[in-house]
Design a protein. Structure first.
Length: 182
């Protein structure tokens, strides 16, 4: 499950726009991990990257438009040789930062059989926009944190999938209120 999330999502480094602080112990996990992924794209880096995305393709043009409202995309992912190489207290410290009233947990999956524990949080933004997304996927041998900071139109989430190590998202068009959908 975590591999799919890596292909699609992220957590923040302590930058002002992010608002979320990564516990110091989590930053040290790269030394213990067999594999680690660190994606840090600030708003200015995203806008620079957008200059290299073609506007001739409709999907690419939508990605450019989405990037314009983002403050950053941050992904931290670690794969370990053995269970228990990271502390769940650090994961819980992250979850404590994404609580109501500013944040809403929209998905929570826990499996006693596999030990998987995945949460998706949306930050409430202005109007019909999101103010950010945080995904925390904790598995016995993998930990992935994704943070997409900034203004996001929910209809554009599908366009962001597959870009910047964010997994492809399957979103029901009816969920987002598109006309003519059943």
């Amino acid at each position: 499950m975590n591999k799919a999330i890596i292909m699609c999502a992220a957590v923040l480094m302590p930058l002002g726009a992010q608002e979320i602080k990564l516990p110091a112990n989590l930053e040290k996990l790269a030394a213990k991990a067999e594999e680690s992924v660190d994606v840090t794209l600030s708003g200015s880096m995203l806008r620079l990257a957008a200059r290299f995305i073609s506007d001739k393709d409709a999907d690419a043009a939508n990605v450019r438009k989405l990037i314009a409202g983002l403050d950053g995309i941050y992904v931290r992912s670690f794969t370990f040789a053995r269970d228990g190489e990271y502390n769940m207290a650090d994961v819980d410290a992250l979850r404590a930062q994404v609580q109501a009233p500013a944040w809403s947990r929209v998905v929570g999956v826990t499996s006693k059989r596999t030990g998987d524990d995945v949460d998706v949080y949306f930050k409430i933004g202005a109007g019909d926009k999101l103010g950010g997304i945080v995904i925390i996927a904790a598995e016995p041998r993998e930990l992935t944190i994704v943070n997409i900071a900034g203004t996001i139109d929910p209809d554009q989430l599908v366009d962001l999938g597959g870009e910047f190590h964010i997994p492809k998202l399957q979103v029901n068009a009816r969920f987002h209120g598109r006309k003519g959908s059943r």
